[in-house]
Design a protein around this ligand. Structure first.
Ligand code: F0G
Length: 402
């Protein structure tokens, strides 16, 4: 984090300036640790953005990727490959069974699939004017035109109007508002079990149970965006398990490839049947490389019982964070947590000073930091991260890790 390095100078000249990047260039990682181009060590308590749930450079995942690269990287979806259906079966079992999976390459694409499927499903039932989707204020579902429209953050919409029509927004965790918004034109309700990018706000279980009942009564699909919460992060395989509800459609991405891009949209078999060949497709979705990486990820996750580990490590992190002077509250589930900072504290500034002190976290709101470390994070790493934050909030944040 001294003078901009070569990569940062090239970025400034040649890369579209869509990110307000912090001045650090990461070159290598192992587990919860990252190293920058200057040889500094950092504790990664963000994991990309909740992506590297098994930590960086997990040996088993790396071996699977390398082996697959020497075997078969890609074949078109015009043909079968031997890995995609095996991965679909594994995901279906984790979701609870009885469904089918479409593979894509990102969270936005997984949601795009779910939104198209919701329209197609309504039409398959003869309801051509039933295409509206209700989502929540403060949600985040992606940056494509349609997933941006589904994202309940009007400020993000403004520069890109007109967006695709048919989206309505309600306050999160407010069942009355949802009841009022779901009429005969609504095909689906789209929610995150824990709003991640929006500030780490968990839906109360009774809210999701109420949403499920409402969707059943009004014959509307319940689509849960588990792109950030999926695969153990909340302390359960999926966020919906905390409420004991069964969604009709589940979208996922981030942790599934531990850094290899992959997204997936699971749907109950009857819903999935609304798609006929030709209705939806992608060149790269479910290719052998990504499917092989994801199979290795799920092998490790199941063996290591990552949901239980996330619950246990999350309880420790939550408890330690709550005791840090300058932290006024901790919220979230499992290892997806936010620490609310004392009034007047600028979370972006604190995140920048944490980075300089060797801790990677992000300012998820102007006043809160997001923590999403590897689900295999060790207790001593949790304690070290909390010590760094404590020092930063005490004003002793200068200097980098060594
Ligand atoms: N859905 C959720 C719940 C997300 O958190 C994200 C991304 C997406 C969809 C979009 O996924 O980027 O792979 O297309 N969340 C990031 C964050 C931006 O900061 O939480 P993508």
């Amino acid at each position: 984090m001294n003078a901009p390095d070569t990569a940062q100078a090239l970025d400034a000249r040649h890369v579209m300036q869509t990110y307000a990047r912090l001045p650090v260039t990461f070159v290598r990682g192992e587990g919860t640790v990252l190293h920058d181009a200057e040889g500094r060590r950092y504790l990664d308590f963000l994991s990309g953005l909740a992506v590297t749930s098994l930590g960086h450079a997990h040996p088993e995942v790396a071996d699977a990727i390398a082996d697959q690269a020497r075997t078969l990287l890609h074949v078109s979806n015009l043909y079968h490959n031997d890995l995609q259906p095996r991965l679909a079966a594994r995901i279906d079992a984790l979701v609870g069974g009885g469904g089918r999976v479409f593979f894509c390459n990102s969270g936005a694409e997984a949601n795009e699939c779910a939104l198209k499927l919701a329209r197609r499903h309504a039409r398959a039932h003869g309801a051509t004017d039933r295409y509206h989707v209700v989502s929540a204020y403060g949600s985040f579902h992606g940056r494509t035109m349609t997933t941006l429209a589904a994202t309940g953050q009007p400020a993000k919409h403004e520069p890109f109007q007109p967006l695709p029509e048919g989206f309505r927004y309600v306050p999160f965790a407010d069942l009355r508002s949802l009841e009022a918004a779901v009429d005969e034109r609504v095909a689906a309700v789209l929610l995150e079990p824990v709003q991640g990018e929006g500030g780490v706000h968990a839906a109360p279980p009774e809210y999701l149970q109420g949403v499920r009942r409402l969707c059943d009564e009004r014959e509307v699909l319940l689509v849960l965006d588990e792109v950030q919460t999926g695969f153990g992060r909340t302390g359960e395989w999926f966020g919906f398990a905390h409420a004991g509800v069964r969604p009709d459609v589940v979208t996922m991405a981030k942790a599934l490839g531990n850094g290899v891009p992959i997204g997936a949209c699971w749907a109950r078999a009857e819903v999935a049947a609304a798609f006929a060949p030709g209705d939806h497709a992608t060149t790269f979705g479910g290719q052998p490389l990504a499917a092989r990486a994801a199979l290795a990820v799920l092998d490790v996750m199941e063996r290591e019982r990552v949901p239980e580990r996330a619950a246990r490590a999350g309880a420790r992190l939550r408890e330690r964070l709550a005791r840090v002077p300058g932290v006024t509250g901790v919220r979230g589930l499992g290892l997806l947590l936010a620490a609310e900072l004392a009034p007047g504290t600028d979370a972006r500034d604190v995140a920048g000073r944490c980075l300089a002190a060797g801790l990677v976290v992000n300012a998820v709101t102007p006043s809160a930091l997001r923590f999403a470390p590897s689900l295999l994070v060790r207790d001593d790493e949790i304690d070290e991260a909390v010590a760094i934050l404590t020092g930063v909030l005490a004003g002793a944040g200068a200097g980098a890790g060594s």
